[in-house]
Design a protein around this ligand. Structure first.
Ligand SMILES: [Zn+2]
Length: 410
């Protein structure tokens, strides 16, 4: 080791505990330059320089040292920091009512490659999980990238710490299926390195939007979304998912928004879940859904292509009013500083933002005075990006230890 490296090592002893926080700042785009990193970490320039150099040596970030590459916080040129576009990836997997999707996701929430699969989801979770892991393993072979972990998003509450899918209502899986363990075993059998995690798809979407999308900077971020079937919700407080005492918080789908409405499988009637999902929209518009594409896709095409049709417009308004009632109740209880909507709810917001905001403001105690910003989700496949966040978390917590662990036996 030469003298310069020794100096960097010495500085790094002081900065080692800053490696994880520094990586998270670059990962979430909050430290675009070394000057900003220095200020955000509250360390000396020398320490920030050593930390950035170590993250670069680990292959996680790139430090662009060309003079004048970017302006620092005081207008001086500063080294530009970015995630390493050819660095490690994680395997992200999502299961939904119409099949699955696998993806490789790098730091910064960047999707490197993705492969969708349509498949009837059978009662045995191992079947579709095997298919998605196979698809992910193929993506890894094609890319040649190093994998440091795997994350899975499922359309069910996931109980912690067991990792079981408690209410996979729109899948044929038995309630309580040990999805995380099955997924972890298949990841291991496929020879993919690193730990494996599982979470609820809307929770993960919220986490991804908070770190990389429409929720950045929000302190109390409420996310409500409907994808293929049903409605989910999630809350990110101070950067962390609020999951309740055992992973089951924010089951917003079973808020009553139409007391005389459709029966719901929870035993209630007129729940947000059955009154504002794509099936409810297609039904309200007088359409029988076809089998060719997903219900979300059919709803989206109808809303975008035939909004001039009075029946489509009336269906849209009906769903907006019911969604607004649900959101108003949530605003009263949770007092979020931002709401992001995904799936069909995002499309409803885009179709008539004023109507939705007015319903929420009229029906909520606090919405009337301040007005909670309601925004569309901005990430493609945000549940997948969120599943990747689960897998990246050990690396963000302790880059050196996590990378060493994912090397496997020497
Ligand atoms: Zn219900």
């Amino acid at each position: 080791m030469n003298g310069k490296a020794t100096t960097i090592r010495t500085r790094l002893e002081r900065g080692r505990s800053a490696l994880g926080p520094a990586l998270e700042l670059v990962h979430t785009g909050r430290a675009p330059t070394r000057a900003v990193l220095t200020a955000e970490l509250g360390v000396t320039r020398a320490t920030a320089g050593a930390v950035a150099a170590e993250l670069e040596a680990l292959g996680l970030i790139q430090v662009d040292s060309r003079p004048g590459a970017a302006a620092g916080s005081q207008g001086r040129p500063s080294h530009r920091l970015a995630v390493n576009d050819s660095g490690p990836v994680v395997l992200a997997a999502q299961i939904h009512a119409d099949g699955y999707r696998a993806a490789l996701v790098g730091l910064g929430g960047r999707t490197v490659a993705t492969a969708p699969g349509r498949k009837t989801v059978s009662a045995d979770p191992a079947q579709v999980l095997g298919a998605v892991v196979d698809a992910g393993a193929q993506l890894l072979r094609d890319s040649g990238r190093r994998c440091v972990g795997a994350g899975l998003a499922v359309p069910s509450a996931v109980a912690e710490p067991e990792g079981t899918a408690l209410n996979p209502l729109h899948l044929a899986w038995p309630a309580g299926s040990p999805v995380r363990d099955i997924f972890a075993e298949q990841v291991r059998e496929a020879g993919i390195a690193g730990p494996a995690f599982a979470g609820n798809d809307v929770n993960l979407a919220a986490l991804a939007e908070h770190r990389h999308g429409a929720g950045r900077g929000a302190q109390h971020l409420l996310c409500v979304a409907t994808g293929h079937r049903g409605v989910g919700g999630a809350l990110v407080v101070d950067g962390r998912l609020h999951t309740g005492s055992s992973g089951l918080a924010l089951e917003v789908g079973h808020l009553t928004v139409n007391p005389d409405g459709r029966p719901c499988y929870c035993g209630g009637r007129g729940c947000l879940d059955v009154e504002t999902d794509p099936l409810a929209f297609l039904t309200a518009a007088g359409l029988a859904p076809g089998p060719e594409t997903s219900l979300l896709q059919q709803s989206r095409e109808l809303l975008r292509g035939q909004y001039g049709d009075p029946a489509v417009r009336a269906a849209c308004e009906e769903l907006i009013d019911r969604l607004g009632l649900g959101l108003a109740g949530l605003v009263n209880i949770l007092n979020p500083d931002r709401i992001v909507l995904g799936g069909l709810h995002r499309e409803l917001l885009d179709a008539d933002p004023e109507r939705l905001r007015a319903v929420v403001a009229d029906r909520s105690l606090w919405g009337r005075s301040g007005g909670v910003p309601i925004l569309p989700c901005t990430l493609d496949h945000n549940s997948l990006v969120g599943a990747a966040e689960l897998a990246w978390q050990p690396v963000l917590d302790d880059p050196l230890a996590a990378l060493a662990a994912s090397q496997g036996p020497a």
